[in-house]
Design a binder for this molecule. Structure first.
Ligand code: NDP
Ligand code: 2IT
Length: 457
């Protein structure tokens, strides 16, 4: 079904959702990212509540915005010079209606409770959309892995897990990676968990392939993003072949999104890190990026010393001024604002999908919708990562190891189903083409029904 006209974001004025939102503001002061994530969901639910008044009586919304459990803990560690540092660790176990708590761990100096709550809240609906049995959670710390030695990162991970281990388990809560947490960190955390618990079990996902990991988990978020975009483009009689694509970030999600776009015949012309962005009119050379970012852990600006036609610009915001057909923000929250969205619209960009969690501000999303641009929100578009995490859990439970082809086919099927479900929900609730509403509604209904069935817990 081609969607030519996108219905604007749904009502804000429902008195019930408004009251819940105001309560969230007053009970969670100083957490703007959490407020933003909650508001986006609540703003879409008015029509659902009209159709299902049973959710109101059971106070589903009021329960949903209150995490089931929030853990904050001290993480002491020693650097290579013997100096002691104290960081703060978090795990917010938000909702377990659909399965064990599931969601990544972020290592970044900007982490505080509000960031973890926003990410944990998003994760509830994202995990619901995958169709797998996973509740929503998120964890993290304000530790900055940049510039730290491998030994320092190991000591930090061991200290972090020395507290976290008692709260998690393969049927309780299963963390994974996120910003600043990749294969190296998963290894150190898994090793410490195993040592303390004396149990080799599927307590983390994104593990190494030799010790319980799944093929395709590394690629999953980026590949999944392109699979869902490909469905959307097909539905609008287009394909990636020959399109110019602008991607931000140069981490796990950005790199594997780039790889899949290139496989489908598209040209990726930008990538970035927190210092600035590169523009390569010839198309980004992914071998150079992988060597620079994944192997050498250097800055993206190094790229231009090898590729002479490429240009580096200090600062990130200008990346969205580069003319492109498709824009995929894959770095961090609120990295694409109204001005950036206007620049994309003016330059003829036809579609945007969020590889990162909440990278587009609400004002940017309004610009996309009012310009009839196709837009897929993160909780649908980047669900491929957690989906393959769910598949890793399934393989661990059965003590089996799937081929790349099997895991990749399952990922593709899940992303196609997510696209169908969010499109259908948007249709059913009279906002065809509005995938923000479609994703929030489809994700919410499953969680709400499970909560109703499980009684007042
Ligand atoms: P990585 O740590 O691998 O890469 C993050 C990238 O984003 C780096 O290029 C980093 O630059 C950049 N970045 C991080 N913080 C900022 C910032 N404040 N301003 C500008 N750039 C920044 O993380 P991922 O690729 O795994 O995660 C990227 C996004 O995708 C996040 O929003 C994450 O929550 C989301 N996500 C990740 C999934 C996964 O499976 N990994 C699954 C679903 C969503 P620098 O190196 O300078 O810090
Ligand atoms: O934001 C996310 O979905 C992730 N960081 C991945 C979570 C997971 O459990 O794989």
């Amino acid at each position: 079904m081609a969607t030519n006209t996108v219905t604007q974001t749904v009502v804000v004025t429902n008195p019930v959702t408004q009251a819940v939102y105001e309560q969230v503001l007053s009970r969670n002061p100083g957490e703007p990212e959490f407020h933003q994530a909650v508001k986006e969901v609540l703003d879409c639910l008015g029509p659902v509540l009209n159709k299902h008044p049973q959710y109101l009586k059971a106070k589903i919304l009021e329960r949903l915005v209150e995490p089931e459990r929030q853990l904050i803990f001290r993480v002491p560690w020693q650097d290579d010079n013997g100096e002691i540092h104290i960081n703060r660790g978090f795990r917010v176990e938000f909702n377990s209606a659909l399965g064990p708590y599931k969601g990544g761990i972020r290592f970044h100096p900007s982490v505080y409770l509000g960031i973890i709550k926003f990410l944990g809240f998003e994760q509830i609906f994202k995990n619901s959309l995958t169709g797998l049995q996973m509740g929503g959670a998120k964890g993290g710390t304000d530790f900055d892995p940049k510039g730290k030695s491998d030994s320092e990162v190991m000591r930090f991970c061991q200290s972090f897990m020395t507290e976290l281990y008692r709260h998690i388990g393969p049927d309780t809560d299963v963390p994974a990676g996120d910003i600043g947490v990749g294969g190296r960190e998963m290894g150190f955390m898994f090793g410490q968990y195993k040592r303390i618990k004396n149990a080799f079990e599927g307590v983390l996902t994104g593990k190494g392939l030799e010790w319980g990991g799944s093929l395709v988990r590394t690629e999953a978020t980026g590949y999944g993003l392109i699979y869902i975009m490909d469905e959307l483009l097909k539905d609008n009689a287009k394909s990636f072949d020959g399109l110019t694509v602008s991607i931000s970030g140069s981490g796990n999600v950005a790199i594997f999104a780039t790889q899949k776009v290139q496989q489908l015949g598209g040209k990726v012309i930008t990538l970035s890190d927190s210092n600035g962005f590169i523009y390569d009119p010839d198309g980004v050379n992914l071998d150079t990026v992988k060597q620079t970012k994944l192997v050498e852990r250097k800055r993206i600006k190094e790229y231009v010393s090898i590729h002479k036609n490429a240009r580096y610009t200090e600062g990130c915001s200008g990346i969205w001024n580069v003319k492109c057909d498709v824009a995929l923000p894959c770095a961090t929250e609120n990295e694409l604002d109204r001005h950036a969205a206007e620049a994309l619209a003016k330059n003829g960009c036809i579609a945007v999908a969020e590889g990162a969690n909440m990278p587009c501000t609400p004002q940017a999303v309004d610009v996309f919708h009012s310009n009839n641009m196709l837009f897929v929100p993160g909780k649908a578009a980047n669900a491929g990562g957690v989906a393959v995490s769910g598949l890793e859990m399934a393989q661990n439970s059965q003590r089996v190891f799937w081929t790349f082809e099997k895991a990749d086919t399952e990922l593709k099927n899940i992303m196609t189903t997510i696209y169908k479900n969010i499109s259908q929900a948007a249709q059913e609730y009279d906002c065809p083409g509005n995938f923000v509403a479609g994703a929030n509604i489809a994700g919410f209904i499953k969680v709400a029904n499970a909560m109703l069935a499980q009684g007042l817990v």
